[in-house]
Design a binder for this molecule. Structure first.
Ligand code: SF4
Length: 392
């Protein structure tokens, strides 16, 4: 049963029929916890059978409840999905394709920790239908990897990338982290070049985020390590903004760069506010006007306890999310279309007030109007946080 669905079932079913969904599955296992990590994950692999059983039954329940809707992007995240055995991965993929209509699937991404891969596993993942892999590289500097508590070193990361390409993955993304204590700009740029030359055709740049409690936060708080200042981090983002296009990866979102045709279609759907269903502990879903999050407590999730209630989005809140998320994209948002939507809901004064607040950013060259579209300039992308606050 799906308690969260309740009285919203007809609405959700209709929303799921309107356009294909993205399906996200969360695999909450990691061999070790990285020092900066606050994701929902555990080292206790004895829970694997129970977690997989619940994921399988969730797939069946949701597929049935929504009328086996079409899914065009699939994403297996975590945690460390590459800790599933090849047969567990194949069974989960089969369960997804039985419960949902994957006949028009455009992309199937799996996240992988370079420290857990081997070539046979990659070949079997590809054979099971996964065509894109996202590697959590972060840096190729072994000292920094040790500081982050990662289980891999730089050599292993490059080996994993080479195996992925050799196994037949044409679409390989690498995560690169900015803001690690002790990291220098030259090394980040060199790592980016090495990864692209090794075959990465997509790169996601993350700023080390220590907002939540974690081991690295404690080391920073006690003065053992120093985080780079905001200005230093901004310098790195600016340098990458110049370097990655030289390497053939163009920006398409504030933190994401891709070779032609290699943008993440699944992630694009989040910024375009297109519907997605997330299954697994802490997974979030958005369908029509509705949104909910599964329990982030793994034991509770296994026992189907503690999921957030389905929340209906207020129309003004839903409208604000269009620029809040859409401006992250390099192509920005269709402002004329946004205004038309606002008009249809009697929300035009809201758009007027946003325009008044955005005017100084347009004057100072952080934003640009191009025909009906509004988008950030390259400099605006670096200072986007302040601008996006307007829509929060
Ligand atoms: S691999 Fe990812 S999810 Fe797992 S502990 Fe490290 S940062 Fe967290």
């Amino acid at each position: 049963m799906i308690p969260a669905l309740g009285p919203h079932a007809p609405d959700l079913r209709q929303a799921a029929r309107r356009e294909p969904l993205g399906l996200y599955l969360h695999v909450p296992f990691c061999r070790d916890r990285c020092s900066y990590c606050s994701f929902v994950t555990t080292r206790d692999e004895s829970l694997k059978a129970a977690v997989l059983a619940r994921l399988h039954s969730q797939l069946q329940d949701w597929g049935r409840a929504l009328g086996r809707p079409a899914v065009d992007t699939l994403y297996l995240g975590g945690g460390t999905p590459s800790l599933l055995s090849a047969s567990e991965l194949a069974a989960l993929t089969r369960a997804a394709s039985e419960a949902f209509d994957l006949s028009a699937l455009e992309e199937a991404t799996l996240e992988a920790n370079p420290g857990t891969l081997d070539r046979p596993w990659l070949e079997q993942a590809l054979a099971a239908g996964w065509d894109r892999i996202s590697l959590g590289v972060q840096t190729l500097d072994d000292t920094l990897l040790g500081r982050l508590g990662r289980i891999h070193d730089g050599k292993t990361a490059l080996e994993a990338l080479a195996w992925a390409r050799a196994a037949g993955f044409q679409r390989v993304s690498a995560d690169l982290m900015v803001g690690i204590p002790g990291q220098d700009l030259g090394r980040i740029l060199a790592d980016a070049g090495t990864l692209v030359r090794a075959g990465a055709n997509h790169m996601s740049i993350y700023l080390l985020d220590l907002d939540k409690a974690c081991a690295l936060r404690a080391q920073v708080d006690t003065g053992k390590l120093r985080l780079p200042s905001e200005d230093e981090a901004a310098d790195v983002f600016e340098a990458l903004q110049e370097e990655l296009p030289r390497l053939g990866l163009q920006p398409y979102e504030i933190s994401n760069y891709a070779a032609p045709g290699q943008q993440s279609r699944h992630n694009n759907r989040y910024w375009e506010r297109r519907p997605y269903l997330g299954l697994g502990p802490s997974a979030a879903s958005q369908l029509g006007r509705w949104r909910w999050t599964e329990s982030g407590v793994i034991h509770a999730w296994i026992e189907d306890r503690g999921s957030a209630e389905v929340q209906e989005l207020d129309p003004a809140e839903a409208l604000a999310e269009i620029p809040l998320l859409g401006l992250r994209l390099h192509r920005g948002v269709d402002w004329e279309d946004l205004r038309a939507r606002a008009r249809a809901q009697n929300l035009e004064p809201l758009v007027d007030s946003w325009e008044a607040q955005l005017a100084p950013f347009l004057e100072h060259g952080l934003l640009l109007r191009e025909g009906p579209r509004l988008r950030f300039t390259a400099r605006g992308m670096l200072l986007s946080n302040g601008v996006l606050q307007i829509f929060v």
